[in-house]
Write a protein of this length. Structure first.
Length: 219
């Protein structure tokens, strides 16, 4: 079972999300929260696999709640679900440790699939958000020297894989580009995430652009 906690200050939205997700027999709604502070407290106590987190909430907004959860309960993954497609929200949430960012206009079946994707340890962004992440990161200025020193710990192949992750390619697409088995790419991804101390592919994309890897690589 995938354990989910729903955090949203709108009573009707919480009820609607709970009903929608309950249609999947493999999802268990373990709790709800109406504020960011409640979300953090209940997630720490209930240990859900995924927290569906709204951005605009009283007491503590969703971004700050995500940041606190990433420190207090790193095993709990956060999927941001919001009406607002604003850059500050997107990048604030991702840097705070969110594993995904979806808009509330997402279709029901896509939301259910997203919950399972995030629970499985993968990251997920809506297509429009992915484009904005890449466009914004491509305009980043001077790379951070600390990031450069961390890149030095990667093998040449791991750097290639990280570059292609930053371009939005899936493991299958990377395997095709590098003419190797997809299982080999999964191993490279796992190792480079571990070396860089990153949780998932979303953070890998951000790291690659902030370190200047996409600009320095000719691959």
């Amino acid at each position: 079972m995938t354990r989910v906690l729903i955090s949203d200050d709108d009573d009707l939205m919480r009820a609607g999300l709970a009903e929608l997700l309950s249609n999947d027999p493999t999802i268990d709604i373990v709790g709800e929260a109406a504020t960011g502070r409640e979300a953090v407290e209940r997630a720490c106590r209930l240990a859900p696999d995924v927290v569906l987190m709204d951005v605009r909430m009283p007491d503590l907004d969703g971004i700050m709640a995500t940041r606190e959860l990433s420190l207090a309960a790193p095993g709990v993954r956060v999927l941001i679900l919001t009406t607002f497609e604003q850059d500050d929200y997107i990048f604030g949430a991702l840097r705070a440790g969110a594993s995904g960012f979806l808009l509330k206009r997402t279709r029901p079946e896509e939301l259910i699939a997203a919950v399972h994707t995030v629970a499985a340890g993968d990251s997920l962004l809506s297509p429009s958000v992915t484009r904005r992440v890449i466009d914004r990161m491509a305009r980043q200025p001077i790379p951070d020297l600390a990031d450069q020193s961390m890149l030095a710990g990667l093998t040449p192949r791991e750097r290639e894989v990280l570059t292609l992750i930053a371009r939005g390619l899936s493991n299958r697409e990377i395997a095709t580009a590098l003419v190797v088995e997809e299982s080999t790419i999964r191993t490279h991804v796992k190792r480079l995430l571990m070396k860089l101390g990153l949780r998932d592919r979303v953070q890998a994309v951000i790291f690659a652009y902030e370190s200047g890897l996409n600009q320095s690589s000719s691959y």
